[in-house]
Design a protein around this ligand. Structure first.
Ligand code: SAH
Ligand code: SF4
Ligand code: F3S
Length: 439
């Protein structure tokens, strides 16, 4: 039996894909190992979204060479977005045996078999209809509490900075029956939470079913599970989705709503199809329907031609919304994208860094303020396991996706527990078990 080791980089979609790859290889007799040193096949499922993501993977490819040199027969394969973007260039490096893009995983057993005969293999064909809908993923997360379910692949937007449409191909939605079936299987296996994944979940459409319909269907099919979803594009998140959330207690009160910039001039150049005002209108609607809903975001500092005024617009938008958390990045030009072809990457690196630092400093304050507002509140949390810092404490997330920790030697991973927030840091709610009786 051959052993396969996979490292996963990038977004949650890649985590879900790695689970599909384990399943596809498992059917061919491969077994999973967590020890690179004993693997016959070493795979990296990669990300191309920013240059530093790719640089990190090149570094890992160098480290894989030691295994290849010292243990003849070991195969190194690159999967995912970087495989799709760099194609032959990866093979030409002489450092990898197999290159397989995101839609080519069914070919992996064949590619590995051929590569083991000494012929490097590549398959980077993108598909119009591949969704791996029939593949039961082999869950690789260790907590056994929370599972990802991919509901669509690819992306039909052309945000000018973004490489994803090139690496993942055209958007396609997965058969709703197979999604519901997978959700039910998760419930049967003891999972307590599922996250529906897509680059743009709000444009899900399968036959007559849109995302609001799918969300309701899943929530009602597995009433004992908590449902999350990601990512929502501000241009597409509909009132129907918000109303579905509001009317189902098991859909978590959290929306990840990437804004990218607070300046209309930048949004237009980024080809995001909403304005600052439109974004704020969506935020207002979310809060009107669900006052307790957390809103988090992604932002890019230093996109092409960004001025200080544009940057101040981003800061002011952050202040206005008061995000609960954010992922914050410096613009990284990606070859082949519209921005790379059309607009000079002209904000100096030190300016990008300074602007990013300003956004981070502001968000740190906003995150702390958001957490302080929760002190005194009681939340139902899903126990993930012992907290990292203190084995006498458990940790888990509330519906708003905030990390909670509390002293507890009774409950276990997978339990739902009510906790009251006593204090907080910028990243964590410090809680204690909720008590009904006053002692
Ligand atoms: N589909 C999601 C985003 C996926 S990429 C959406 O539309 O929101 C995740 C995040 O990476 C993006 O939201 C963006 O903030 C960031 N990102 C994408 N391309 C980037 C680039 N070229 N440079 C810097 N950050 C980028
Ligand atoms: Fe990239 Fe835009 Fe598609 Fe998100 S919606 S994956 S940012 S092109
Ligand atoms: Fe990266 Fe590909 Fe995801 S580029 S962010 S792994 S879709």
């Amino acid at each position: 039996m051959k052993k396969v080791y996979i490292e996963t980089y990038g977004c949650q979609m890649n985590v879900a894909d790695t689970e599909v790859v384990f399943s596809l290889l498992g059917k061919e007799g491969y077994v999973r190992t967590e020890e690179m040193g004993e693997a016959d096949v070493i795979l990296a499922n990669t990300c191309s979204v920013r240059d530093n993501a790719e640089q990190r993977i090149w570094g890992r490819i160098e480290q894989f060479q030691f295994q290849r040199r010292t243990r003849p027969g070991v195969l190194v394969g690159i999967l995912g977005c970087m495989a799709e973007r760099l194609k032959d260039a990866l093979l030409e490096s002489g450092k990898v045996d197999v290159v397989a893009g995101p839609d080519a995983y069914r070919s992996l057993p064949r590619l590995l078999a051929a590569a083991s005969q000494g012929h490097p293999q590549i398959d980077v064909l993108l598909s119009r209809d591949e969704t791996y809908g029939d593949i039961a993923p082999v869950r690789v997360d260790t907590n056994g509490v929370s599972a990802f379910i991919s509901i669509m692949r690819g992306c039909n937007n052309v945000c000018s900075y973004c490489v994803v449409p090139y690496t993942r191909g055209a958007e396609r939605s997965r058969d709703a029956h197979s999604i519901v079936r997978e959700a039910c299987e998760c419930a049967q296996r003891g999972y307590r939470e599922i996250t529906l994944l897509g680059q743009n979940v709000d444009s899900y459409r399968w036959e007559d079913l849109d995302f609001a319909g799918l969300l309701a269907l899943v929530a009602e099919s597995v009433p004992a599970l908590r449902i999350r979803f990601s990512t929502s594009n501000p241009q597409d998140i509909s009132d129907a989705v918000l109303e579905t959330m509001a009317s189902h207690d098991n859909i978590c009160r959290h929306i990840h709503l990437p804004v990218q910039s607070g300046s209309d001039r930048m949004l237009e150049k980024m080809r995001r199809r909403y304005t600052r005002e439109g974004y704020l209108e969506r935020v207002a609607k979310i809060r009107a329907l669900m006052p307790d809903c957390a809103i988090t975001t992604d932002v890019i500092a230093g996109f092409c031609s960004e001025t200080e005024e544009d940057h101040r617009d981003t800061l002011s938008l952050f202040g206005t919304v008061g995000f609960d958390a954010a992922f914050m990045f410096q613009y990284s030009e990606r070859p082949g994208t519209l921005a790379a072809r059309k607009y000079p990457d002209d904000v100096p690196p030190e300016v990008k860094t300074r602007r990013l630092e300003e956004i981070i400093a502001l968000q740190n304050r906003l995150s702390l303020e958001s957490n302080r507002r929760d002190v005194g509140k009681t939340f139902r949390v899903l126990v993930e396991g012992p907290s990292k810092r203190n084995p006498a404490e458990l940790c888990g997330r509330n519906s708003q996706n905030k990390m909670c920790v509390w002293p507890d030697t009774v409950h276990r991973a997978g339990d739902f527990v009510d906790v009251t927030v006593k204090d907080c840091t910028q990243a964590t709610l410090l809680c204690e078990l909720f008590r009904i009786f006053v002692e």
